[in-house]
Design a protein around this ligand. Structure first.
Ligand code: NDP
Length: 294
């Protein structure tokens, strides 16, 4: 089974590396140097265009947004010019449900099955092949997609029709954002109140306020000061916007998530497009005049 993978970014590249070990792989990336670097390191073949990358049995995308995926469909070098009837299209972008449904409809006209298949688990999960994959599509498409997605996914779950994977991923990441923002505020207040940050985290992590952010992200990245850049704040902001749009569409009042969205919008304006998703904690530190290290 020949796979074409488009989008070798921070998470796309380690996902594609698993596919390179599995079987024949063609890759494409907008910045061609990244594709050349990938092939030199992991194998596979670099395609000159999305059309060329889309000629296999399975076409996979992992771009910043659904709009970016839609933008690769058309034109003489676009995906639709190369994809074959009967192929399977899996979009691992953390996308938006409405655009995914539009992409699915356009592919269906060509006899191509589509599933949105966003992932969670970060770059470490991608490298280790332990991602959670949330799949939106028909049961039949899911059955075809599962073996491919299991290459890098430990838990591959069918969560509903096309768009459902995107919706679930957006809500998951909105919860992540709330945890980051709230823990940043709480920890700087505790430091100012005289509690050592490591003690504060140890106790929270043995208590009911713990989360992935308190148990893993802050101890490994903030306390140590290592702060690797693995996930752009701009992408988390995009996810929270998808979640708040979902709440609005479904008629659900969402003041908590609206607040998280406006706080992330402001942090993104202040810190720029390349800032890391944990950098709002830096803003909380700066505002309070203390650091969470130890
Ligand atoms: P990066 O910013 O590292 O990479 C983005 C990728 O998309 C690059 O390959 C980039 O190409 C490509 N791209 C962006 N816009 C376009 C466009 N208009 N046309 C063609 N290619 C484009 O992002 P990540 O790899 O971190 O994230 C990718 C997706 O995965 C996002 O939806 C993100 O929310 C999600 N995700 C990321 C996680 C992480 O930990 N990083 C975790 C879980 C999900 P180029 O190299 O030319 O810029």
């Amino acid at each position: 089974m020949h796979v074409g993978f488009l989008g070798l970014g921070a998470i796309g590249a380690p996902m594609a590396a698993h596919l390179a070990r599995r079987g024949p792989l063609t890759v494409w990336n907008r910045t061609a140097a990244r594709a050349a670097e990938f092939v030199a390191r992991h194998g596979g073949v670099a395609a000159a265009s999305p059309r060329e990358a889309a000629g296999g049995d399975v076409v996979m995308t992992c771009l910043s947004t659904s709009a970016d995926v839609a933008g690769l469909l058309d034109g003489p070098d676009g995906i639709l010019a190369g994809i074959r009837p009967g192929a399977l299209f899996l979009d691992c972008t953390s996308g938006d449900p409405a655009t995914s449904r539009r992409i699915a409809a356009r592919l269906a006209e060509r006899g191509v099955a589509f599933a949105d298949a966003p992932v969670s688990g970060g770059t470490n999960g991608a490298e280790g092949g332990t991602l959670t994959v949330m799949v939106g599509g028909s049961a039949e498409t899911f059955a075809r997609a599962r073996p491919v997605l299991s290459t890098f996914g430990k838990r591959v779950e069918h969560v509903g029709p096309v768009g459902a994977g995107d919706a679930l991923k957006a809500v998951n990441n909105a919860l992540l954002a709330v945890n980051i923002l709230a823990l940043g505020e709480g920890l700087v207040a505790l430091v100012k109140a005289g509690v050592a940050p490591r003690t504060a985290l140890d106790v929270i992590n043995a208590s009911s306020g713990r989360s992935f952010v308190s148990e893993v992200l802050v101890p490994e990245r903030v306390l140590t000061g290592a702060w690797p850049r693995t996930f752009r704040l701009a992408l988390l902001d995009k996810d929270v916007a998808i979640a708040t749009d979902l709440l609005a569409e479904t008629g659900v009042a969402g003041p908590m998530l609206e607040l998280a969205r406006s706080r992330l919008d402001a942090a993104r304006d202040e810190l720029g497009e390349e800032a890391d998703y944990l950098d709002p904690i830096r803003l909380a530190e700066r505002q309070a005049g203390v650091e969470i290290r130890g």
